[in-house]
Design a protein around this ligand. Sequence first.
Ligand code: FAD
Length: 282
Amino acid sequence: MTTMTATRPRRGAHVADRPAAAGRRATAQRLAAVAVPVVVSAVRRVTPSVVRVTLAGEDLRRATALGADQYFRLLLPQPGQQRPRLPETEEWWPQIQAMPEDERPVVRNYTVRGLRPELGELDVDVVAHGDTGPASRWALRVVPGDEVGVILQDTCYAPPATTTHVLLVADATAVPAAAGILAGLPAEVTATVLVEVPSREDAPELPVRAGVDVRWRAAGDQGSLLADLQALPLPVEGLYAWVAGEASLATTVRRHLVRDRGADKDAVYFCGYWRDQAPVAG
Ligand SMILES: Cc1cc2nc3c(=O)[nH]c(=O)nc-3n(C[C@H](O)[C@H](O)[C@H](O)COP(=O)(O)OP(=O)(O)OC[C@H]3O[C@@H](n4cnc5c(N)ncnc54)[C@H](O)[C@@H]3O)c2cc1C
């Protein structure tokens, strides 16, 4: 069904040459790479396509908010279960595989949109793309009191210390991550942000300041995200690019940056957040 279930998100060049970043990573894994039970405490539609769900649980009080594009595994119950059966240790993937198929939790990757350890709360913005996948289906029906599981993970955004300009290219699924990255952008670093969302009304507020240029487009607008990018003047020196969204978008943008622009491939992070599966012909 999906390309991005319970595997680690596929990484592009992942530049982790800053000791501080490596240290944060180790801390996150020590504290929170186990499944914890959480209960839905609030549900709100933030744009026509995006449902914000707040998850609450005592274990989240021990979580560390890493900011940027920190992600987590969302564990959903199977039809007929009131709550997902959760794996018990950090070896969660083999444990899930060992469960009978009809008892295994459904696992999907999501970005930490907000994390408030002091309240034991985590927000996630889910793009509702219809009844075609279990997570989207869940988001369309979720109500306070529903029970799911969370495995907190790492960040992937890791610009080298020499970065002076950040390029973010994202679709709707990567907007929460782009928002987290922008919120932590150092004052001396400038940024260009290209985002494609399903409709104009799906463009949420982003933490924008002087030196940050955000350009939205809606699916169906004339041209394409790639064409917009190709027309953009961008520095190559000091550039760090972070590209996430539909898999072919991520690889195409990365190819353009490395092949056509001469960007250092180690300074281009890209990740297919989901894969558009064309209907099978015949
Ligand atoms: C690190 C990481 C962070 C992510 N963060 C977020 C996030 O914060 N918010 C978010 O909404 N998504 C996020 N995603 C993407 C999300 O994991 C996928 O969209 C996932 O496939 C949704 O699961 P599903 O059960 O709804 O659909 P699946 O069962 O995976 O897929 C069913 C069908 O739906 C299609 N599909 C899947 N996603 C979409 C989509 N977004 N739009 C249209 N069609 C789709 C597939 O092509 C497939 O045909 C993230 C992914 C990664 C790797």
